[in-house]
Design a protein around this ligand. Structure first.
Ligand SMILES: [Zn+2]
Length: 369
């Protein structure tokens, strides 16, 4: 809706340019002064933003500057199979505190560990009021039933996390698949205008896809749309965590990159981050492994570009830290065969913190600013 888009636009201008006057908001947003004033009054009344200091001009009335309401915040969780990052952010998604939670090996103790960490974080930031808790998760969720319907890389009861955390904290919890959340985050915090279609690909332990089309996240029946990672690309390929074989994620995820390296170098890479560092420093085996992974990513993106014709494909994940090398490899492969429409390919704006920011976007979107 235009009104909602304009509200987001004004809120985001305050977020990125604060402190800012109403007159400057009108100038940078291109909206009429009266429209800006109306939206600003709404945002003030709902305490998303606050009035701050008086500005100085060479002559005339002194304008009142506007800021985000610094008293309010969001708790954001970026959940991976074996670890979780917990952060406190302001309403603009700026990270104020961050903590890595290593998840217990015992699947029955995982949610308890996450709940404890959240409660501690709230206690140390008791001067702040929290609007809610956002969680980006590797898996698909039935948002109505609030249960996990597909999370093949997770062996702990992730479907119960929302209700457990809500009970323990009394705060509203919003969960979504990480790729969906990142797509929402691109619209919420990024340069995307909320109008054009985009696909976010989260390259991690597996591969997740979030599709933003016709102004909304494409969810499909039961919230299970976007599993391009489990489209079979090689019938004789390796077994996949989903029960199938040769899925796209078996050849293009971080795990695939690690496997390629092991085959080429005849020794394992300690972590995917290490593998990226090795490639950065010019190690031939690491570069070859990354290249094989990028070729596989590019092939899958050709399929996605052909099927959905998004104007952009946005990549999220550790691979974006090596984008100067990986980006051109992926793009070359994606363009190797003809495409009716070639999408713009780019890394997520926030790089490594994109997944945390996406959890903030979930809460902001739910509160429908
Ligand atoms: Zn699979």
């Amino acid at each position: 809706m235009p009104r909602q888009i304009n509200r987001n636009l004004i809120f985001n201008q305050v977020r990125t340019r604060q402190p800012i006057s109403r007159a400057d908001l009108a100038r940078v947003s291109g909206l009429q002064r009266s429209t800006v004033s109306l939206i600003v009054e709404e945002l003030l009344a709902e305490r998303w933003i606050v009035e701050g200091s008086l500005g100085r001009l060479p002559r005339g009335r002194r304008p009142t500057f506007l800021n985000l309401n610094g008293q309010r915040g969001v708790l954001a969780l970026d959940i991976h199979p074996f670890q979780t990052t917990l952060a406190v952010t302001d309403l603009g998604g700026k990270i104020l505190a961050e903590k890595l939670i290593v998840l217990p090996v015992n699947p029955q103790k995982v949610i308890g560990a996450i709940v404890d960490a959240i409660k501690k974080m709230i206690a140390t930031h008791c001067d702040r009021s929290f609007d809610g808790i956002g969680m980006s998760l590797p898996g698909r969720f039935d948002l109505q039933g609030e249960k996990s319907i597909f999370a093949p890389n997770i062996d702990w009861p992730i479907g119960r996390i929302k209700s457990r955390v809500e009970q323990a904290t009394g705060l509203p919890v919003v969960v979504d698949n990480v790729a969906n959340a990142c797509a929402l985050s691109e619209v919420w915090f990024g340069e995307s205008d909320g109008l054009h279609d985009l696909v976010v690909i989260n390259v991690s332990e597996g591969l997740g896809t979030g599709i933003f089309a016709n102004g909304r996240i494409l969810r499909g029946e039961g919230g299970s749309a976007g599993e391009f990672g489990h489209v079979q690309v090689d019938p004789n390929g390796l077994p996949c965590s989903c029960g199938s074989r040769g899925c796209w994620e078996t050849v293009a995820s971080n795990r695939a990159g690690m496997r390629y390296f092991k085959e080429i170098a005849q020794k394992p890479a300690p972590t995917f981050e290490e593998l990226l560092k090795e490639a950065e420093t010019g190690d031939a085996s690491a570069i070859k492994a990354i290249e094989m992974m990028c070729v596989a990513l590019g092939r899958g993106m050709h399929m996605i570009a052909s099927a959905l014709a998004p104007s952009e494909i946005v990549v999220v994940g550790d691979i974006t830290t090596l984008w100067h090398m990986a980006g051109p490899m992926i793009e070359a492969e994606m363009r190797r065969n003809p495409l009716v429409r070639v999408p713009r390919l780019r890394p997520a704006h926030e790089g490594n913190t994109a997944r945390l920011r996406s959890a903030v976007a979930l809460v902001m979107n739910e509160n429908s600013l």
